[in-house]
Design a binder for this molecule. Structure first.
Ligand code: URA
Length: 240
C-alpha cells in the first residue's frame, strides 16, 4: 500500500497534508526516511514512524449506506434491527459504527466507519458541516417559513436553532422541500417544522457538505467510499 494512502486513511491528515509531512522528512520506514508518497509499505510488517513515534496500524473502513426506514441508527439492540445488521459479515470484522443519528423512519445518507477521530470531528458543531434533507411536509410551506428558518426557529424546549436554508420544491396542502442544517439536535428537522405548525411525513438525508447520497444505492445497500469522498470528508474536518 502507498505510504500516503496509509497515513491519510489513518487520520494523519488529507493526502496533501501527508505529502507535507513526508516532504519534511518526518516519516521513516524501517529507520530510513521516506519522502515519496508513492513509496510502497507493508503496514503489517514495516516499522513506520512519524516524528519518531511508531504508527500502530489499525485499518479503517468507510461505508456509505442508503439507510432505509425501519432500522435504528445503533450498533446493536435487543429488539430492533440496526443499520449494522445490514452489513455483510466480512464488513463487520473491523467493528464499524454509524456516525450520528437518523431517526428510525428517516432514510438516506449515513456514514459507517470505525474511524473514531473522523466521526468525532464530523459531528462537532464547530465544524458547521451542512446536512441537507429532502422532506415531504403536511401543510403549505411558505416564504414566511423560509424567512423564519433563515433566522433560526425556537424549538419546543426553547432552544433557538442556528439559521437553516429552506428551499421550497412544491408548495401545496402537501409540500416538498430541501432544508440544510448545521446542527444535529434530536429530531431537529421535524421539530423545526413543528415550530412553524407543520408536520414532516417523510424525511431523507441527501448530502453532508458536498458529499452526496449515491443514487445507484437502493435503500439498504451500501458501498465503500471512494478515495475522493474520503479525502473530501477528511478535509472538512481539518481545523480552520
Ligand atoms: N432531523 C430529524 O428530525 N430526524 C432525523 O432523522 C434527522 C434530522
Amino acid at each position: 500500500m502507498r505510504i500516503d494512502k496509509l497515513l491519510a486513511n489513518m487520520g494523519f491528515g488529507s493526502r496533501k497534508e501527508v505529502k507535507q509531512l513526508l516532504k519534511k522528512g518526518s516519516v521513516n520506514q524501517n529507520d530510513i526516511v521516506i519522502k515519496d508518497g508513492k513509496q510502497q509499505v507493508d503496514p503489517e510488517k514495516d516499522n513506520i514512524t512519524i516524528f519518531g513515534e511508531q504508527v500502530v496500524y489499525k485499518p479503517f473502513v468507510y461505508f456509505m449506506l442508503h439507510k432505509p426506514a425501519g432500522v435504528i441508527t445503533a450498533t446493536e439492540d435487543s429488539r430492533e434491527s440496526t443499520v449494522i445488521d445490514l452489513l455483510e459479515a466480512d464488513d463487520l470484522v473491523l467493528e464499524p459504527f454509524p456516525v450520528g443519528r437518523l431517526d428510525k423512519d428517516t432514510e438516506g445518507l449515513l456514514l459507517i466507519t470505525n474511524d473514531g477521530k473522523l466521526a468525532h470531528q464530523l459531528l462537532s458543531p464547530k465544524k458547521n458541516v451542512g446536512k441537507t434533507y429532502y422532506a415531504i411536509i403536511e401543510g403549505k410551506v411558505t416564504e414566511d417559513d423560509v424567512e423564519a428558518f433563515s433566522q433560526g426557529v425556537t424549538l419546543d424546549d426553547g432552544y433557538l436553532t442556528k439559521p437553516a436554508i429552506l428551499t421550497i420544491l412544491k408548495s401545496d396542502t402537501e409540500s416538498e422541500i430541501h432544508v440544510t442544517i448545521t446542527e444535529g439536535k434530536f429530531h431537529q428537522v421535524k421539530r423545526m417544522f413543528e415550530a412553524v405548525d407543520k408536520y414532516v411525513t417523510y424525511l431523507k438525508r441527501i448530502s453532508m457538505g458536498e458529499w452526496q447520497l449515491d443514487n445507484d444505492l437502493e435503500k439498504g445497500e451500501y458501498r465503500e467510499l471512494s478515495i475522493q469522498e474520503l479525502e473530501y470528508l477528511q478535509a472538512l474536518t481539518v481545523k480552520k
